[in-house]
Write a protein that binds this ligand. Structure first.
Ligand SMILES: Cc1cc2nc3c(=O)[nH]c(=O)nc-3n(C[C@H](O)[C@H](O)[C@H](O)COP(=O)(O)OP(=O)(O)OC[C@H]3O[C@@H](n4cnc5c(N)ncnc54)[C@H](O)[C@@H]3O)c2cc1C
Length: 477
């Protein structure tokens, strides 16, 4: 079969593009090099829906950010992904930093951000009592929000699959040849897929993927950002996302609640050799602690439950690359999508679709397209009576597997069954939060492995942490 469109990379940009294209009578496939969606930057970022005050006016970043905010809130609602408009605050500490707040306010107005306000330190502390006494001026952005980036990616890909898109995991595209009719994309496994149009959504690898097509005129500079995630006991420390005025290194260290009720601090910004470099460094940890304590001194770092790092796909031009290739007809790039790429994802997916149409792809809407997805967290939000009735019908929901987060066996089985199905322990964790609590999987991991093995009909020894090469058990004693 020859696909109409192949999308390379199942991060938020590839997944949202797949969802957008699934509206039309097209044969589309989504190709991902790892065992699951959201394996790159879309797994590990701040999860902020940025208001749009930061990007330089006239750039694609500014345009996509502004268009993207409301589109993202709408998509999250359709997909039943929690997305909260908590607002953000950008803080200046003393007279030297205050001009930056005014400059961001002006830039925000030019970009078209609504409801921006400048607050004195005291006015800001009335809204956010834990804010440092050193904060002297604040840009308040009420339209900003928070979302879980990997849940959004999973939901977008799942919705695309439910609407007929094919998903190929462990398909690392390593070769691309053009025949008369189509591109032939070759995976490292030797598998091939043919498609008339290709969209490059390969994140930090998007320059390498472009080069496979002989289109190598941009290069990605990977920049890592390290985070500390704190227990839910710290989750209420602040209500807004608290930033400091940005520097050359980016938007700086933030302190923010997450949609799941934890507290997030970070990220750092350091150039790394490889997009695979997601290590946590002692210097990174110290920087995150020191700079987040500058904004919110009361944060209790004894309550850190985990640390993680994500790699930005930055490009020296500083802007997103969203365009049809000049050299290779039929190839569209959605590359170098660093921040605010999550915020912009729906706008970018729509722009890519327009570019494909401009390149000759015929877009004929399907008679029946369903942009909604069932609420995977519905059980968690039921009251005791509703849970009781539900468990009588579905006894698997009565067996709690993850004690920290209160996740049942039924939810874990659903995560394996519902598209895009979880195939390893980390994929279950991202879909259900089993293993994301205080004990970080210490108690529940063996049970999760057993359930995955039962669902997939494989021996437990074959269940991995995150796909090929990450086995957990060596054999039976
Ligand atoms: C530290 C950090 C903080 C951020 N904070 C925010 C924020 O608060 N708000 C915001 O709006 N944005 C934020 N961003 C930006 C946002 O995370 C990205 O813009 C977004 O995740 C990019 O998605 P993507 O799909 O382009 O890339 P990715 O998520 O990296 O996905 C690319 C995918 O392509 C796959 N791939 C690569 N090569 C191949 C190949 N050869 N064959 C098949 N598949 C391949 C990868 O495995 C990966 O799954 C942040 C980013 C980072 C790193």
């Amino acid at each position: 079969m020859v696909y109409d469109v192949a999308i390379i990379g199942a991060g938020i940009i590839g997944a949202m593009t797949a969802r957008e294209l699934s509206r039309y009578r097209l044969k589309v496939c989504l190709l991902e090099r790892t065992n699951d969606v959201a394996a790159g930057a879309s797994r590990a970022n701040s999860g902020i829906v940025h208001g749009g005050y930061d990007p330089e006016p006239g750039t694609l970043k500014a345009e996509m950010n502004i268009l993207g905010v409301e589109k993202l809130f709408r998509a999250a609602e359709e997909l039943h992904v929690p997305c909260i408009r908590n607002g953000s605050m950008i803080c200046a500490f003393g007279a030297a930093e205050e001009p930056a707040v005014h400059a961001l306010y002006e830039r925000g107005l030019v970009n078209g951000v609504k409801d921006l306000r400048i607050l004195t330190g005291d006015e800001a502390r009335e809204l956010e009592p834990e804010l440092s006494g050193e904060v002297s001026l604040v840009l308040h952005v009420p339209t900003a929000g928070i979302v879980c980036p990997y849940k959004l990616t999973i939901a977008a890909a799942g919705n695309a699959i439910d609407n007929g898109i094919d998903f190929y995991r462990n398909f690392a595209v390593c070769g691309a040849e053009k025949t008369d009719e189509a591109f032939c994309l070759r995976a490292e496994s030797g598998e091939t897929v043919e498609a008339r149009y290709v969209v490059n959504c390969a994140g930090a690898y998007s320059d390498r993927v472009a080069a496979l097509f002989g289109d190598g005129d941009f290069s990605i500079i990977p920049r890592a950002g390290e985070y500390l995630l704190l227990d839910k006991a710290e989750g209420g420390r602040v209500a807004h996302t608290i930033f400091q005025v940005p520097s050359a290194a980016g938007k700086g260290i933030l302190v923010s609640p997450t949609v799941d009720g934890n507290l997030l601090t970070g990220p750092t910004a350091a150039a790394v050799e490889s997009p695979e470099n997601t290590e946590i460094t002692p210097e990174g940890v110290e920087t995150v602690k020191a700079l987040s304590a500058r904004s919110v001194p009361g944060v209790q770092f004894a309550r850190v439950i985990t640390s993680f790092s994500g790699v930005r796909a930055s490009e020296k031009g500083g802007d997103f690359i969203i365009r049809t290739s000049e050299r290779v007809p039929g190839l569209v790039h959605a590359a170098a999508i660093d921040s605010p790429g999550l915020t912009s994802c729906v706008a970018i997916a729509e722009r890519v679709t327009e570019l494909l149409s401009g390149a000759g792809l015929v877009l004929e809407p399907k008679a029946h397209w369903d942009g909604t997805r069932p609420d995977t967290e519905a059980f968690r939000h039921m009251n005791d009576e509703e849970k009781d009735a539900f468990i009588r019908e579905n006894p698997d929901y009565g067996r709690i597997v993850c004690r920290c987060e209160g996740i049942s066996e039924g939810e874990i089985r659903d995560a394996v069954r519902r598209a895009p199905g979880a195939r390893d322990v980390d994929s279950v964790k991202r879909r259900t939060r089993a293993g994301m609590g205080r004990c970080q999987g210490g108690f529940c991991m063996p049970h999760v492995m057993r359930i995955i093995a039962e669902e997939l009909g494989i021996p437990e020894e074959q269940v991995t942490k995150k796909g090929p090469g990450s086995h957990i058990l060596t054999g039976r004693l």
